[in-house]
Unconditional design. Sequence first.
Length: 295
Amino acid sequence: MKISVITPFYEGDKYMEKYVGAMLKNEKSLKAAGHELEVVLVNDSPWKKLEATPILNQPIKVVTNPENKGIHYSRVAGLKAATGDYIMFLDQDDLIVEDALTALLYDAIKTDAEVTVANALLEQADGSKLLWYRNDYHKALVGDLDTYLNIGIQIISPGQCLIKKSAIPEFWMENLVKVNGADDYYLWLLMLAKKARFKYVDQPLYIHKYTGANISADTTATDDSVYDFLELLAECDYFKQEDIHTLHEMITYKNQFRASDALGKMGCSLANLGLFVKNIRFKIKTGTGYGFNRG
């Protein structure tokens, strides 16, 4: 089997050394197990030449965008160039452990899942790391559509996932979000709507690096991106209109909640009592704090 790791790079020279180091270790692990690695870098800052060290005897494929086109466009451009059976979309500033791809591929082949999801370590501002899925209740929700609609995305990054290439929806490839931040949420929703099987692997194989400028930590940018793809979902013939409505209500409620004072938070929660109760129950049962990267 062959895995293609696709990474959009935007002026990411400072990340290249650690990125290549992680790919070298994973290539060695995959090769020992009889598999192949293909690395596809997408240069989304075409005014700069992307300098990439070869991965052993396998040169890195470099795709250069005609101009700065954003994360979703770049991931799709990389996907079109990829020849692997399985895909990982890994961000330039994040890392995977040395045998992450081998471990994920082993489980993917064994279970024939469309998306294989590892646990994640979230690096904090002080350098400590926080485990994302902390109990069995949370682990069981990686592929639960209702949770994605009423609570939010349950996967920190596609860098913790191995995706069967043939299962990636054409709709996601042809209908692109313009606002960076939630194209992965959009992908999971489309796959879940098509009844794709998500399989959890109980190992922390992915490390979300703290940079102070992570898009995924910026809830406003992420929500803007969700509103962007909500309009696209309305044109998808297999995504239910009632699910679009539920998702819109949830994002709008959380936007209002974060922007309000204590009295405003109480008011919008009473106006969205069903969502409020579901989210409180989720926080208690999963043991996750409010906000991204919080304890």
